[in-house]
Design a protein around this ligand. Sequence first.
Ligand SMILES: Cc1cc2nc3c(=O)[nH]c(=O)nc-3n(C[C@H](O)[C@H](O)[C@H](O)COP(=O)(O)O)c2cc1C
Length: 270
Amino acid sequence: MATQLPKMTLFDFLRAIWRILAGRPQTPSSLEGNKLLKIIHNRRSVRRFTQREMPDDVFAAILEAGRLAPSTVNLQTWSFATFNAETWRATFNRTIPFKAQWAIIVMGDTHRNRAVLDTFPQSPLVEYTVAVMNASLAAMNMNIAAEALGVSSVMLSETGRSGLLDAGYLKQKLNLPDDVFPIMTIVFGYTNKAYPPIPPKLPLNQICFAGEYKETDPQVLEDWIVQMTAGYKASFPLSSLDAQLNVYKSKIVNAEKDLNRMVFHKQIHG
Ligand SMILES: Cc1cc2nc3c(=O)[nH]c(=O)nc-3n(C[C@H](O)[C@H](O)[C@H](O)COP(=O)(O)O)c2cc1C
């Protein structure tokens, strides 16, 4: 279905921004002091970093949180390519996105275990999904560990040629064997700015259902897309949600071909 972003009046725009700014995590009062919940609720994607150095042991602790993440049958179908500012520049001839201090390219990896275990040879889609799932959990562990250590981060799928949408480019740059495929890049650093407000998240009563699937209220969905459009414009005045989606669309055809080749060993023409 084509993207249909709403046209909005200034009143709609201001109302949407007001609603975004009013968004708060819903923590039961009995649990308000819980430190881990606070870290999870306060986490934001941060895209502005200072040049304060991030110590090696902090980065090591973040990686260790990734290593210890849960995975299907403990298969650990992931690899992490790590970079500091210098090694990123040496590899990609540019700064880490948003001038962050460290970066990890998180990859699904079903190649490593093949030496000792052929897990799901007849089910490449399941095998791929499992690897994406596991690697994403490792990524989230690292993201939360960073927050706990006062380090901010953002996960990236396209910015700076560094994620899923640049799988083919990264395969060549990092000399990746077949069955190792980039999923996202996480960039880390310190920030001295207040965290951005919570972007529009759908309410719990629209994403949870007890038992059978429940369709989301169309009015809530419409309201959400208005807030998404307004929030994006307020955060990136020179861009728009539409423009951002178009960046993805412009790269998706190649990404689809690259991933088919890398993961399913299928050559897609056209
Ligand atoms: C897998 C993944 C890929 C993402 N890719 C990008 C990206 O390429 N560029 C970017 O600016 N943000 C990216 N983000 C961050 C999302 O935009 C962000 O998580 C979302 O807007 C919600 O905001 P929050 O993380 O502050 O809750 C990505 C997030 C995830 C989980």
